[in-house]
Design a protein around this ligand. Structure first.
Ligand SMILES: [Zn+2]
Length: 311
């Protein structure tokens, strides 16, 4: 009987769910929009509906090989208390405030696990992606925000109160732009997707990060210079984290990174330059392997591999 787990990636706009096998392959996928404005109860009911649909698929036993569901893993945006199964709050899910998540699934009789979505992504990379066999790994996602997941000694590291990995809130600029966390000049406030868009706009170089990248790609020297500045900020932030953690590999994921080497090339250069010389060249910066499916695979991987959390 093939062992599978169900992974859920709860996002601000859509819920993605999948049946994932022990090799990290998605055997079936279901999705539906997140009724975020209707509040936590409606959101959890929608998640439950996706889970029920996937469980129904596992019972059909394609080709006579029944699937044994060994657990349900949930990736939740924002800070979570994984042990108690609580979402502390979530910027894109109004009303989520110390909201219990796991009771909505307790009657299934399955082992349950939940974790922050970026931590799930990191664990998915460690188990099935670009971090396979790397015991000390840092995954940084650059999108609407900047977050990270840390693997230390082959285990997901979540910290004393579950908040480890908030690389987006390294303060790089004194009196810089206001950040969503309440401080100023954080990496996230100057180099996330929306922040890049604001910098492009202020410089008259387009209305979004995408527009800036397009101009830089087309050879516009001013856009290229701003991209270089942004890459320097990212490089310094990444090097700060790598100098502290000394991982064997640094993975970059998230929507902004999808632009590819246009951004990764300069970021890599500034990152290497900002590392302590003694560790330079040790920790390569690579694109993450899992993309849209990262959250689903990572959440399922909480059950498929020994995701013992070390804090
Ligand atoms: Zn911040």
């Amino acid at each position: 009987m093939a062992r599978v787990a169900i992974g859920i990636d709860l996002g601000g706009t859509k819920i993605l769910g999948g049946i994932v096998d022990s090799e990290g392959r998605i055997l079936a996928e279901r999705r539906r929009p997140t009724p975020a404005q209707e509040g936590p109860e409606a959101v959890l009911m929608a998640v439950r509906a996706v889970v029920d649909e996937l469980l129904a698929v596992t019972k059909k036993a394609p080709d006579g090989d029944p699937l044994e569901v060994i657990g349900l893993g949930l990736g939740i945006p924002g800070p979570v208390d994984a042990e108690r199964g609580i979402s502390r709050f979530s910027p894109n899910l109004p009303g989520f405030s110390n909201t219990p998540i796991l009771p909505a699934f307790a009657d299934l009789g399955l082992p349950l696990a939940m974790q922050n979505d970026v931590r799930c992504h990191a664990w998915g990379e460690r188990c099935f992606g670009a971090g396979r066999s790397i015991d000390d790994l840092l995954l940084v996602t650059i999108g609407t925000g900047i977050g990270s997941g840390i693997i230390l000694g082959g285990k997901l590291y979540t910290g004393g109160s579950g908040m480890a990995g908030e690389i987006g809130h390294i303060q790089l600029v004194t009196d810089g732009p206001l950040c969503g966390c309440g401080n100023r000049g954080c990496l996230e406030a100057i180099a996330s997707g929306p922040a890049i868009g604001r910098r492009a706009q202020a410089a008259g170089l387009g209305a979004s990060a995408r527009a800036l990248f397009d101009r830089a790609h087309a050879g516009d020297p001013e856009a290229g210079a701003l991209l270089e500045e942004i890459a320097a900020d990212l490089g310094r932030g990444l090097a700060t984290a790598v100098n502290i953690l000394n991982p064997g590999r640094l993975l970059l994921g998230g929507g902004v990174v999808a632009v590819g080497e246009l951004l990764l090339g300069p970021v890599r250069r500034h990152y290497e330059a900002a590392l302590m010389p003694v560790v330079r060249g040790y920790c390569p910066l690579l694109p993450a392997h899992l993309v849209e499916e990262a959250g689903v695979v990572g959440a399922a991987a909480l059950h498929l591999a020994t995701a013992t959390v070390r804090s």
